[in-house]
Structures are given as structure tokens and as C-alpha cells.
Design a protein around this ligand. Structure first.
Ligand code: AMP
Ligand code: GLY
Length: 423
């Protein structure tokens, strides 16, 4: 098969690596890709939002399957454009990607179908939001409705902060049109777990659990980022938690979407919080997590191309997902200043240590090749993943690997997977 991947980050590198393991994959392309992805796929300079050009490329090259890694094209309707031209594509249509694209939609869906989540109200008028806050208890959580690069969530400790937050989101439009509506919701406490799943419209098959570290600095300090590191599995995702989520969350979400006339095909990413009162949905995403994919996919035994095809064909009930009985840790090496302002173009040293090194994967998030040399080309630069028999071994391996890699002004968190020690 000829397969086209849409995206350019560490997640897409992990997807490209995993697809390349499949005997079904004869030729892989990635648009636009990055320097690391180039090892497995031919990168083509077409942007992820250029749907017509992507579809024309898929036709020209007789692509058998397109796999979309990123949220923006999915929410923007890339799947509908491809399907209208009878091109096979893995991912939710626009009317289903709204599960991630609109937090107000997803909250209303959960309320309607009794899926456990934080109590909330949706607002379209900043005056009403401000009035509501006068009688609220704090801390409280404000969320811009639409996509905001993972930055549209504000946790406010006081009424004053919250009022400022409403103005930032709805009046100053800091997150653009994403702030035309907003959700105000109850603040919850507990551990966070990410569970990714494959869905074919009716059937859902969950992958192994993972945990992300969203803040830039050690001890969960600093600004929110796309994710500074992950580990898998989460030791807090117990059989009891899994049983609860299977009964109340996973299939219920898939059934709710089908019931609403929005059958979901693709990956649903459940962002869960394990509260005192049981698991609650924090958010849904309509794609693999980044860097969750970098720890989940290296542990997956299945041929991922078969799983993608089963999702597209509606035959996922015939697939049994299998994962290695090991663990993986991913540490993100970022460029100084990320997530605010950072420079690009620093040469990267040490990549040669990881050529075909079993149990180690250096996924490129933001790199490019200049005169045959890898240089930094983004805020998150590399995702350094190592596997091990257990989480502690995987973590030690990942941090050993990080020591072999360097570029100017690089930084990483030193406490990825620290929670493991509390088990
Ligand atoms: P989201 O984009 O909805 O996942 O939110 C980003 C982050 O904000 C989450 O990973 C949580 O750490 C935090 N968060 C979101 N909603 C809540 C909530 N209701 N209570 C506490 N923390 C939250
Ligand atoms: N790592 C969080 C996300 O991909 O949304």
C-alpha cells in the first residue's frame, strides 16, 4: 500500500515509524513532515491545511490510505474533502471531530448521555459569564470553546482572576475565534491519565494508558506546553478504573456520537481525571496525543495499518489490540524559551548513537536538515523514548539517552515519571 501521513511533529514521526513496521506499507509519504520522518517517509511540501492540494497529491500518487495526525485539519474537515473524492482516509469527519473542536459541544454531549465530567455552564455572552462568576466557588476553570493549541484553559483561584480570564478569552480574543464561546466548569483534583482508543463508528478498542506532563518546568511549574514528556502505562490506571471507564465512558461516548448522527471513526483520546468520586472526562481529543503516541505506539504489537483499515472499514470488532508487557518513557528536549519565544537552527549532536538501537527511539518534533546536518526547527525538538521491563527502568534508560543528545539552549524536565515513585 501507499500511505500518506498528514502532520509534522513527534507524533507523526512515531506514526510513520509504526507504519513502516507493517508489511503492508510499500511506500510512505508525509505532508509536510520533518527531517526525522524523512527516514521512513518521503516528505512532500504541502501544508496540513491545504486540503485540495493534499487530495490532488493523493489522487496523483494513487495513495491507498491517508492518516491524519493533527487536530486542525480534522476539525477543519479534511476527511470530508477526501471522502468526497473517494479517497480512503483515517480520521473523524468534521461533524465528529467537533468532539475536540468544541468544548461546549463535548460538555453538552456528556451531560445529555450521562458521561461523568465536571459540572459546567456554556456562555456566548461575556456579561452572562461575568454575572455567573459572582456566585461561583473558586478555584474555577475557564475554557475557550475552540482549538487553542492546548492553551485555552485557565484555572482561576479568585473572582478577580476569573473575571480577567473571561475578558481575555471572550473580549480580547486572546485565542481568536476559539473564544466566541466558553465553558466555565468546576475545578477537579486528582491524577490525570490519557487513554487513546481506536474507533470505527460503533466499536471502540482502547490502547494502553499513558500520562503526560503539560507544564514546562519541573514540579509542574511554568507555562502549559504541548507536553514535555510521557510515560506508559500509568500505574494509577488500575483495573478498577478501567472497569469504571468501560462501563460509563468509552462505549458511551461512541454510542452517543452515533446516536447524534456523528459516527466517530479514528482515534478518540480521553483525557481523564481520577477524582475521589471516580474517573471524570477532562477533555476529548480526536487524534493521537503528542507525546502520548511516542510511548504508546512503541509498545503496540499490532500491525497498525490493519487497525487503521479496520477503523475505516467498520471491522474493528475483529481486531484484538495487543501491547508489550513493558513500559516506556518519553522525555522531550525543547529549545530554550519554549513555549513562548525560542530560536531555531541550532545543530543537534548525538543522534548517531540511536541508529537501530533496540528499545530507544528519538522522535523528531521540530528538526530540519541543513547541508546534511540536523538542526532545531521548533520549540519541542526531540522526543527521546526508551522502553524497559518496568517504568523505573524505562525512565532510567530515557534519561541516559537524553545525556547523549545536545544542542544549544536545550532543556528538558528532570522529573518525567516522578509519580512512579509514589506507587
Ligand atoms: P484540557 O485542554 O481541557 O485538557 O485542559 C488542560 C489542562 O487543564 C488539563 O490537562 C488539566 O490539567 C487542567 N484542567 C482542565 N479542566 C480541569 C478541571 N475541570 N479541573 C481541574 N483541572 C482542569
Ligand atoms: N499531549 C496532549 C495532547 O496531545 O493533547
Amino acid at each position: 500500500m501507499k500511505i500518506l501521513i498528514v502532520g509534522s511533529g513527534g507524533r507523526e514521526h512515531a506514526i510513520a515509524w509504526k507504519i513502516a513496521q507493517s508489511p503492508k506499507a510499500e511506500k510512505i509519504y508525509c505532508a509536510p513532515g520533518n527531517a526525522g520522518i524523512e527516514e521512513y517517509a518521503q516528505c512532500v511540501p504541502i501544508g496540513a491545511m491545504e486540503f485540495d492540494r493534499l487530495a490532488a497529491f493523493a489522487k496523483e500518487q494513487e495513495i491507498d490510505l491517508t492518516v491524519v495526525g493533527m487536530d486542525d485539519p480534522l476539525v477543519g474537515g479534511i476527511v470530508d474533502v477526501f471522502e468526497a473524492q473517494e479517497l480512503r482516509i483515517f480520521g473523524p469527519r468534521k461533524n465528529a471531530a467537533v468532539l475536540e473542536g468544541s468544548k461546549a459541544f463535548s460538555k453538552d454531549l456528556m451531560k445529555k448521555y450521562g458521561i461523568p465530567t465536571a459540572a459546567y455552564e456554556n456562555f456566548e455572552d461575556p456579561k452572562e459569564a461575568l454575572a455567573y462568576l459572582e456566585h461561583a466557588s473558586f478555584p474555577i476553570v475557564l475554557k475557550a470553546d475552540g482549538l487553542a493549541l492546548g492553551k485555552g484553559v485557565l484555572i482561576c483561584n479568585t473572582l478577580e482572576e476569573a473575571k480577567e480570564g473571561v475578558r481575555t478569552i471572550m473580549e480580547d480574543k486572546k485565542f481568536g475565534a476559539a473564544g466566541n464561546r466558553m465553558v466555565i466548569e468546576e475545578f477537579m483534583t486528582g491524577r490525570e491519565v490519557s487513554v487513546l482508543s481506536f474507533v470505527d463508528g460503533k466499536t471502540i478498542k482502547c490502547m494502553t494508558s499513558a500520562q503526560d506532563h503539560k507544564r514546562a518546568l519541573d514540579g509542574d511549574q511554568g507555562l502549559n506546553t504541548g507536553g514535555m514528556g510521557t510515560f506508559s502505562p500509568s500505574p494509577f490506571y488500575t483495573e478498577e478504573v478501567d472497569a469504571f471507564c468501560r462501563e460509563h465512558i468509552y462505549q458511551a461516548t461512541v454510542d452517543a456520537m452515533a446516536q447524534e448522527g456523528r459516527p466517530f471513526q479514528g482515534v478518540i483520546f480521553f483525557g481523564l481525571m481520577l477524582t475521589e468520586n471516580g474517573p471524570r472526562v477532562l477533555e476529548y481529543n480526536a487524534r493521537f496525543g503528542d507525546p502520548e503516541a511516542q510511548v504508546v505506539l512503541p509498545r503496540m504489537k499490532n500491525d497498525i495499518v490493519e487497525v487503521f483499515e479496520a477503523c475505516v472499514d467498520g471491522t474493528l470488532d475483529q481486531i484484538e489490540l495487543e501491547f508489550e508487557d513493558n513500559a516506556a518513557v518519553c522525555v522531550v528536549l525543547a529549545s530554550g524559551g519554549y513555549p513562548v519565544a525560542y530560536e531555531k537552527g541550532f545543530p543537534i549532536e548525538g543522534l548517531e548513537h540511536f541508529k537501530n538501537k533496540d528499545g530507544y527511539y528519538v522522535f523528531h518534533a521540530g528538526t530540519k536538515l541543513v547541508d546534511g546536518k540536523y538542526v532545531t526547527n521548533g520549540g519541542r525538538v526531540l522526543g527521546v523514548t526508551a522502553t524497559g521491563a518496568d517504568l523505573k527502568t524505562a525512565r532510567a534508560n530515557a534519561y541516559e539517552a537524553v545525556k547523549l543528545l545536545s544542542f544549544e539552549k536545550s532543556f528538558c524536565r528532570g522529573d518525567i515519571g516522578k509519580a512512579i515513585d509514589e506507587v
